[in-house]
Design a protein around this ligand. Structure first.
Ligand code: SF4
Length: 275
């Protein structure tokens, strides 16, 4: 493995403790985002994952190069730091700022690699839309006349199919959402209190009800280590094994939701109502 070891050494190390928020944090579990500021036990990225991220970045650069050959679009900036247009503590890096020569307008483009595009039923993902809205906002603050953006997904598992979505410039939800993380960070700084775990949802399996953790937990590097939300890769099997525990949890959850209405689009409520 000598050659592969040398290649892996060149890959970016992503496991550093972070010192600021990134626009990619928007929509992510606040507990996870705050834990990234501390030295919590987590699963390290594997070499294969680091290679995959590296490959995705070079695919996106390649697509931008191809786009630049077109007669209609021109790339104004690539991998652009947009910190100046964001509130203090927030950082971002935009994939591309594109100019449409036909419509005489510019807009940010964010590329996303995804698995098995044809099975993805919830595209564009809400957190990706928020991220692009953030770029629109930041660019506007930096005096770039933008009022829309684009999200482009490509399948990185072989088919290379793609999908394109337009994101509007309505940025009203951004400030309150950013505040969720900023407040969580201030509380953490005071006494190391972490935000609640994500709320679990109720799922009915035959005649029984089970509490299932949020899908984000299944992909979280802290899950099962610094944060234990009762979840393994095989969610249903594990929950069946702990049926009594989970049913007790369900009763608690039922009490919780009858005392407090859960608004799906109210992210602040969503983040602070841990079960
Ligand atoms: S395991 Fe779930 S609740 Fe815990 S930090 Fe990760 S995403 Fe958040």
């Amino acid at each position: 493995m000598e050659i592969l070891d040398e290649i892996y050494k060149q890959l970016k190390q992503e496991d550093r403790i972070k010192e600021c928020f990134y626009v990619t944090d928007l929509g992510v579990c606040p507990r996870k985002v705050i834990m990234d500021f501390g030295d919590y036990k987590k699963k390290p990225l594997t070499n294969a994952e680091r290679l995959m991220f590296h490959k995705a970045e070079s695919d996106h650069r390649e697509m931008a190069t191809l786009l630049n050959y077109s007669n209609r679009y021109s790339i104004m900036k690539q991998e652009m730091s947009i910190n100046d247009g964001l509130p203090e503590m927030w950082h971002g890096r935009l994939d591309c700022l594109v100019y449409d020569l036909q419509l005489n307008e510019m807009f940010p483009v964010d590329w996303k690699g995804t698995r098995s595009l044809k099975y993805q039923v919830e595209l564009p993902k809400a957190n990706h839309v928020l991220q692009v809205k953030c770029y629109i906002w930041a660019l506007y603050q930096m005096n770039y006349p933008v009022n829309k953006g684009k999200l482009i997904y490509t399948d990185r598992t072989g088919s290379y199919d793609g999908m394109e979505f337009e994101v509007d410039g309505d940025i009203r939800e951004l400030s309150p959402l950013m505040q969720v993380y900023e407040v969580a960070y201030r509380i953490y700084e005071q006494d190391k209190t972490l935000p609640n775990m994500l709320p679990r949802i109720i799922k009915q399996i035959k005649d029984e009800y089970y509490l299932i953790p949020d899908w984000q937990c299944g992909y979280c590097k802290y899950q099962g280590l610094s944060c234990k939300p009762n979840m393994s890769k095989n969610k249903i099997a594990e929950i069946k094994d702990n049926k009594l525990v989970m049913r007790k949890g369900y009763e608690e959850y039922e009490k919780h939701i009858t005392s407090k209405k859960v608004e799906e689009d109210d992210f602040i409520t969503f983040c602070n109502q841990g079960v």
